[in-house]
Design a protein. Structure first.
Length: 585
């Protein structure tokens, strides 16, 4: 029995014209050979399976060929080409940098470079996965790479260009290989299938190309795997079953359920998908790609962006005509958020189901609910109901006044200042009153005076027991202790000065700066709630008053300090005069 050779090796390109998907690179290399403009070092970088090492071997074979044709391709007849095809050439050396990454390995290579070729023009060194070399090995390689002998050429290949030292990059001609498109991959798979006398469906080859993600080697490996499974006939069903790929039909059915708002069918379908062994995240990525294709298919200009077979494209076009652009954009946004937050979710299945239900609800929320005829439109946000005029707690001024002549801005300002605050019952009871807001100029004037006033709130039908200053101080200290760990700075403020209790249960807190005022404002509701409950008086109000710091907190200058010392001991001034001393500023 003959030894089996995998398709990736058996059908590896032997000339530049056979290389798939890298037309610009192969053309550049052929022109360099034709014009004798070959650099001493090349760097081939790009994703796996796109032809980096293949192009390196073709380049090494071509520059040593003795009889190049007009298209700058090797003749495959000369001694150099024959020895290369038989893997017996002594002019081409391949080094795996992943296992030969030390300084000693590079020194051995440098010693070999000194020996000229015994046959042919050039000695070519192909170093694969060059990013695996150590830093010291790179440094040992620098001089030889920059100024090699005229007969030496270096071809470096890597999948991670960013790991290579900039000093190495600057000494090489860099060629960036791109991923092979699905269309090019399908054409090459058709070529291989024809050579192997295998009947493969177009949809099956498209799925293989998509699974390979731009790597031709991966595509050919999957192709060999399916040939082992199915024999000489590869069907679409065999591919999706063997590669664990979701059928397009699932996505089309799911989208139909979205358009109908059929949440039940959507949940049953996602349950069927999970029971068949498919991963929820894989499904989310697939439905996102499906919705993206529907959006692309809506415009004839962007249809070319879809990388699917002709039959599948027709199904996309038919379903896209029934989907609005607004629906697709909202659905894509929901799927994108689900994809981003999927890994952080504890209940992933529920998270996916909720996302799909949200997509189902896109069209439902834009239509009236037939089961409830009285609802003309969905309520978007909660609105506080207006106060009923029949309630006694409503102040008469709050009632809407009949239209009068238009007032000037100054009149409106005066009225807003004089207008009394409306009543507001504690903890939501009764009606809500809103205090008129003063304009910015009034606030600034009050701040300049050092007074920070707070809106006054009157509570009806609530207890208002009298209490003494001592009882208030006990309650105040009790609250201060309760926030000592939560707000140490506010605790120190409260302990420094006990507030003054004025008329009508008005509590005045004396503060040193505006930052303390901000802290008190943040805690104001909590302070009032505690005091009112503890003292059983809901008429307690709170205001903050700014004041200058006390005399003992003042920062003294050196002159002030000296004058104070002179008051205590006048001889110090006489001593300063005798010694002709000056005060240090």
């Amino acid at each position: 029995m003959d030894n089996f050779i995998v398709s990736a090796r058996k059908y590896r390109p032997a000339t530049f014209d056979m290389v798939i998907g890298q037309k610009s690179i192969t053309t550049t290399l052929k022109n360099a050979i034709k014009n004798n403009h070959l650099a001493q070092a090349f760097l081939f970088c790009g994703p796996r399976g796109v032809g980096k090492t293949t192009c390196a071997r073709i380049l090494a074979k071509t520059i040593n060929c003795e009889h190049l044709n007009e298209n700058q391709e090797p003749c495959d007849e000369c001694e150099s080409c024959v020895s290369f095809n038989q893997s017996a050439t002594f002019n081409i050396f391949e080094l795996d940098a992943a296992s030969n990454n030390s300084v000693d390995d590079i020194r051995t290579l440098v010693d070999q470079v000194r020996i000229p070729p015994q046959m042919g023009k050039y000695k070519v060194y192909i170093i694969d996965e060059v990013h695996m070399l150590s830093t010291s090995a790179f440094n040992a390689f620098l001089k030889t790479l920059e100024e090699p002998p005229a007969y030496a050429k270096f071809i470096l290949a890597t999948t991670e260009k960013h790991k290579i030292l900039p000093t190495i990059l600057s000494r090489c001609q860099i060629f960036d290989f791109r991923r092979i498109t699905i269309e090019d991959t399908v054409k090459y798979l058709e070529f291989v299938a024809q050579k192997e006398n295998i009947n493969a469906e177009a949809e099956a080859l498209h799925v293989i190309a998509q699974k390979a993600e731009g790597a031709m080697r991966d595509a050919l490996s999957i192709f060999d795997q399916l040939v082992s499974l199915s024999g000489n006939v590869i069907t679409y069903k065999d591919v999706i079953d063997n590669l664990n790929v979701l059928d397009y039909d699932y996505y089309f059915r799911l989208t139909d359920n979205f358009l109908q708002g059929d949440i039940t069918s959507v949940l049953l379908l996602i349950n069927e998908i999970i029971e068949n062994g498919f991963d929820e995240h894989h499904f989310i990525i697939g439905i996102g790609e499906h919705l993206r294709n529907l959006l692309v298919c809506r415009d004839a200009v962007t249809v070319g962006l879809m990388e699917v077979s002709v039959n599948i494209r027709e199904r996309y076009h038919s379903q896209a005509n029934r989907c609005s652009q607004n629906f697709l954009l909202k659905a894509l946004d929901i799927i994108n958020k689900c994809d981003i937050n999927f890994k952080s979710s504890n209940n992933r299945r529920l998270f996916v189901e909720l996302s799909l239900i949200q997509i189902c609800s896109i069209l439902i929320t834009n239509q009236p609910d037939e089961r409830v005829e009285s609802k003309k439109a969905p309520v978007k946000e909660y609105v506080v109901p207006a106060a009923q005029p029949a309630k006694k707690t409503v102040v008469a001024d709050a009632a809407p006044a009949p239209k009068a002549k238009e007032e000037t801005p100054s009149e409106k300002k005066e009225e807003s200042v004089k207008k009394p605050a409306l009543n507001r019952n504690y903890k939501g009871a009764g009606t809500v009153s809103i205090k008129s807001q003063l304009d910015d100029s009034t606030d600034k004037k009050e701040e300049q005076k050092g007074i920070v006033s707070e809106p006054e709130t009157i509570y009806d039908n609530r207890p208002s027991e009298n209490f003494s200053q001592e009882q208030f101080e006990i309650s105040w200290n009790k609250f201060a202790e309760s926030i000592s760990k939560e707000s140490p700075s506010l605790y120190s403020t409260f302990k420094k000065r006990i507030p003054l209790l004025g008329e009508n249960f008005l509590v005045t807190v004396v503060i040193d700066n505006v930052s303390q005022k901000d802290e008190i404002n943040l805690k104001k509701a909590q302070i009032l709630d505690f005091l009112r409950t503890d003292l059983n008086n809901y008429k307690i109000q709170l205001e903050s008053r700014l004041t200058e710091k006390e005399e003992e907190d003042k920062a003294y200058t050196p002159t002030d300090k000296f004058n104070k010392m002179v008051e205590i001991n006048p001889a110090l001034n006489q001593l300063r005069s005798q010694l002709n001393l000056e005060i240090d500023y």
